[in-house]
Design a protein. Structure first.
Length: 429
């Protein structure tokens, strides 16, 4: 019944979301890479669960150098494919579905139209696919479910559990927060990327300030059945008293700082020179603290006087000086890797002796604005290795930036995941 596909031809990869599994995804990837063709991807009736698998497939296709175009449509599978094929004579068709689920009428329609086709059916016992990207990218974790430890808090991205009275387990999920709203679509591999980047910087900056890491293995504090939830995405940290401010340091005029400057000529009450442009380097890095908002609420920029009122004058000065020192050291190193750190956010805590300690995440794509140095131009908004890509898509979508957030389409998920991977590769080598 199936006809041979010819290498180099244009292919239609018609994905029936009801039957898309990791095994079928791998079978589709193997066939597409083997043929090396131009690819039209048609996702029919996509449920949210298949969005994650499709995003991973798109990442794999990009790494394989295959050109593709994605369309998503609702309707009867046979009717959708038939309408599409009327536009292209002689196209080869790959349909991802179990053979017994493929309607005979659809087979007849495809054959009568003169199209060659192949039905992919990947059994459970098929050998694993050799992926061109890390296999951890396929293990999406939107929310952890650790039962062996008491849950302390679920934040926008991180789930925190109590290990004992001295330690906590922080699990970095693949949730994505934008405009202070947690979106319903996870980004594959994001938790592993954030953990790897943060651990790199904790190690590199430990000579400036002590950090929260204990060095304990996350797998050692959970049950064997829960280890897959923490591998590569969790850390065991000291229990510290978190300070109620976020220490933002800005080295360049961007984001909310640029918006503030255009209105007032200042950033958080700090005067700046006249006639500065977007993305201008600031004369000196600025400490512009903010309050820490609860999930669903917005952080509030505050001036240094308010910071002093919250922390006390001595501690506020210590936080400011530590944040600027950390930023300067990181920014200097990042330039050697071809990255400009435009701004970043640090968080601090105190141990039982009152020692200021670096906590939470540090210099990740979620907490920082990274620019490629070779594309930096004063007066322009440079591309970035962070979640700005998805923020731009959300803004263009017309979303009102209030919960609930919209579901991200697979191509946006794939591109965002690629941005995170690039940030990891460039910053940590």
């Amino acid at each position: 019944m199936q006809r041979t596909l010819r290498s180099g031809e244009r292919l239609l990869l018609a994905l029936d979301g009801r039957y898309l599994s990791r095994e079928l995804q791998g079978a589709a990837l193997r066939r597409c890479v083997q043929l090396g063709s131009r690819l039209d991807i048609l996702l029919v009736n996509p449920p949210q669960a298949s969005t994650f698998l499709l995003a991973i497939l798109l990442l794999q296709l990009e790494h394989s150098g295959i050109d593709y175009r994605l369309s998503s449509v609702d309707g009867d599978l046979g009717e959708v494919i038939t309408r599409y094929l009327r536009r292209y004579r002689g196209i080869s068709t790959i349909i991802v579905a179990d053979l017994e689920q493929l309607p005979d009428a659809l087979v007849s329609q495809i054959e009568s139209a003169g199209h060659r086709f192949s039905v992919l059916s990947a059994p459970v016992e098929s050998p694993p696919v050799r992926m061109p990207i890390s296999d951890t990218m396929t293990n999406v974790l939107y929310e952890s479910t650790i039962q062996s430890l008491p849950l302390i808090h679920k934040g926008k991205v991180r789930d925190i559990y109590a290990v004992d009275d001295k330690r906590m387990l922080i699990v970095t999920t693949d949730r994505l927060s934008a405009f202070d709203v947690v979106l319903p679509t996870p980004i594959p591999g994001k938790g592993q990327v954030l953990t790897a980047v943060a651990n790199f910087w904790f190690e590199k900056l430990k000579h400036i300030l002590p950090n929260q890491l204990t060095g304990d293995d996350p797998e050692s504090v959970v049950s064997p059945a829960e280890r897959d939830q923490v591998t590569g995405r969790a850390i065991v940290v000291k229990r510290l008293k978190a300070l109620p401010v976020e220490a933002i340091v800005r080295g360049y005029l961007a984001g909310s700082g640029w918006a503030d400057y255009k209105k007032t000529g200042q950033i958080c009450g700090i005067p700046l020179p006249d006639r500065m442009q977007q993305a201008d380097r600031l004369p000196e890095p600025l400490f512009t603290p903010s309050t820490k908002a609860a999930v669903g609420e917005h952080d509030e920029n505050i001036d240094f006087e308010r910071c002093q009122a919250l922390l006390g004058k001595a501690l506020a000065a210590q936080v400011r000086d530590a944040a600027i020192a950390l930023y300067k050291a990181a920014a200097e190193y990042a330039l050697t890797r071809g990255i400009i750190i435009a701004d970043t956010k640090f968080e601090f805590g105190l141990d039982e002796d009152g020692t200021l300690t670096l906590i939470d995440e540090v210099l990740t794509p979620d907490s920082s604005r990274f620019w490629p140095a070779d594309q930096y131009r004063v007066g322009e908004n440079p591309p970035s290795y962070d979640k700005q890509y998805v923020r731009d898509w959300l803004t263009a979508s017309g979303w009102n930036k209030q919960a609930p957030g919209p579901v991200l389409p697979p191509d946006v998920v794939a591109k965002t995941a690629e941005k995170y991977q690039e940030a990891l590769r460039l910053s940590t080598n």
